[in-house]
Design a protein around this ligand. Structure first.
Ligand code: GLA
Length: 369
């Protein structure tokens, strides 16, 4: 190719990329720019594997402005048994995967949601026993409160010591404590401390987290237990009656056959009760939980309809100021890497090609100002 043809080619190529808005096509068509039109961050969960794969890393960087660690900041990953035994108090360490994701976020200007501190699952049982030894007795309420405080203090302390505090805008302090009927779920936190363990978790988080990080109570089946969640969150107040919780995280593990009307009521009831709301783990499976459907053209179109209808209502409420929300986080982006891969719930298929739902979100919702 002659030099002149090359220049002409380069010119035509850049004209094709730059639309009339002056943005490149890629920029104007990404999830993050679609969400940014409504002052929302577009988030995804991440694992070390996702960021070390070049193609996945690129999709992530093109489309998302916020990340949540899928597993490596959960209690079982950050509570260090040997060091706790050695020092006689709860010890917190981040593993190499967590450290590499924190550094990746910093280098690429990504915001972070912290996930999660106090949870019944993925939490080692040794933290509840005398001398961190499961063959001994459960510790007393006072001892467990002290351990909870140490755990929360050291987690925020370590993030700060490593220089990553500024990345975090939200933290899931407690995950999944309330059942559909409004009762507290049984777990070792409740056995050792009592029903007020959630209150204390938020009390300590308020004590040690910087003001800039919003503190969230995060749960699933939120559309089925909205009233129970509100009644519960309303008990989490300080001595002056101020909420200890900044927001309610809605996991949004949904299915194409779910009722969206019910879901919108969840937004409205939580907003009316004065809470910030965030969608924290969005994925929309094909079919229903006991009837996963195949990714046929028809089913993928239905998934596109569902995602668009959901996000349109979110954007509308955020724009009119009736929903106080900072981010919508998807629980991953590639179907094969999803914890619910049999439902094909995400926006990119197994070959990392954008699905119908992705195209519809960026094309139909991308232009709303
Ligand atoms: C819950 C948790 C997440 C994750 C999913 C499954 O929703 O909050 O951290 O464990 O289950 O991946």
């Amino acid at each position: 190719m002659s030099k002149r043809t090359t220049v002409l080619f380069a010119l035509l190529f850049s004209l094709a990329l730059v639309g009339c808005s002056g943005k490149t096509v890629e920029e104007s068509k990404s999830l993050k720019s679609t969400f940014a039109n409504h002052n929302l961050k577009a988030g995804t969960c991440v694992s070390g594997a996702m960021i070390s794969d070049e193609e996945q890393r690129q999709v992530l960087l093109d489309n998302f402005s916020s990340i949540t660690m899928e597993n490596v900041m959960k209690p079982e990953a950050i509570l260090d048994k040997n060091k706790s035994i050695e020092t006689g108090e709860i010890a917190v360490e981040f593993n190499d995967e967590a450290l590499s994701i924190l550094e990746f976020a910093k280098e690429n200007n990504l915001s972070m949601r912290g996930h999660t501190l106090v949870w019944y699952s993925q939490t080692p049982s040794w933290i509840f026993y005398e001398d961190f030894d499961e063959s001994k007795n459960l510790v007393t309420r006072d001892e467990m409160l002290e351990r909870m405080e140490t755990f929360i203090r050291k987690t925020f302390g370590l993030i700060d010591e490593l220089g990553y505090t500024d990345l975090f805008y939200a933290y899931d302090v407690v995950n999944e404590a309330v059942m559909e009927d409004g009762r507290m779920r049984d777990c070792l936190w409740k056995d050792t401390i009592g029903d007020d363990y959630v209150w204390y978790a938020f009390y300590y988080a308020n004590k040690y987290a910087p003001e800039s990080i919003d503190l969230y109570y995060n749960d699933y089946n939120e559309q089925l237990k909205t009233s129970a969640l509100i009644r519960f969150a309303e008990t989490l107040v300080d001595e002056n009656g101020n909420y200890l919780v900044d927001g309610i995280g809605l996991q949004a593990h949904l299915y194409t056959q779910d009722s969206l009307i019910t879901y919108f009521k969840t937004f409205d009831k939580l907003s009316a009760a004065g809470f910030k709301v965030e969608i924290t783990e969005l994925d929309v499976g094909l079919g229903s939980w006991n009837n996963p459907l195949e990714p046929t053209e028809e089913n993928l179109k239905k998934q596109g309809d569902f995602y668009c209808a959901l996000l349109k209502e979110v954007f509308k409420r955020v724009d009119e100021g009736t929903l106080n929300m900072d981010a919508v986080t998807f629980w991953g982006f590639m179907d094969t890497a999803s914890w619910r891969s049999e439902y094909h719930p995400l926006l990119f298929d197994d070959t990392l090609s954008p699905k119908i739902a992705y195209d519809r979100i960026v094309n139909e919702l991308g232009n709303i100002e």
